[in-house]
Design a protein around this ligand. Structure first.
Ligand SMILES: [Cu+2]
Ligand SMILES: [Zn+2]
Length: 184
């Protein structure tokens, strides 16, 4: 078993760079130990505390890869996902505070380097109610501490989509699910 695993890793490493070898699908489906996310978050509904998915964060070239999936979402519906500043899901997720914003920028689209660090792309659930994210955020750190670290902050899933424009939070609606980001 151990020998097989080593052989497959070597084969993989010889054909491609290690990072190119691992698809997000692999990481999601097999929990491959070589994916090594630095941080993780278990997302739960804010009312009822039912688990809806997991999101992982790991350092990659030029930023932090945020990847994972949410289940039991409304099929076809587009919703907002953000990193909020406080690692608490109490009070229906309100305790998570505003968007993570270490440089005091306005809310914007996730690719705007002069917008909130915690801004992320909207997610659309497929017909099975599964929504996936795989996005490299260039404004955050997956380190345990530091100004840009998102350790002990929180993911919030909203009832609606982010318009990437309205202040202070993209008019995304109620907070429906929340997960504290922590060391894996
Ligand atoms: Cu939010
Ligand atoms: Zn924002």
């Amino acid at each position: 078993m151990k020998k097989t695993m080593l052989a497959s890793v070597l084969l993989c490493g010889s054909a491609l760079a290690m990072t190119g070898c691992q698809t997000v699908q692999d990481q999601l489906q097999t929990g491959n130990p070589f994916s090594q996310p630095a941080l993780k978050s278990t997302i739960k509904t804010v009312d009822g505390n039912k688990e809806v998915g997991q999101v992982f964060l790991r350092p990659v070239d030029g930023g932090v890869q945020v990847y994972g999936k949410l289940m039991n979402m409304t099929p076809g519906k587009t919703v907002a996902l953000h990193i909020h500043e406080t690692g608490s899901c109490a009070d229906m997720g309100k305790a998570a505070g505003g968007h993570f914003n270490p440089d005091n920028f306005p809310h914007s689209n996730p690719d705007d380097m002069n917008g909130h660090a915690g801004d992320l792309p909207n997610l659309t659930a497929n017909e099975d109610g599964v929504a996936t994210i795989n996005y490299v955020n260039k404004q955050i750190s997956a380190a345990q501490t530091g100004k840009y670290s998102v350790n002990r902050r929180a993911f919030i899933v909203h009832a609606g989509a982010d318009d990437y424009t309205s202040q202070p939070a993209g008019n995304a609606g109620d907070r429906i699910a929340c997960g504290i980001i922590e060391k894996r």
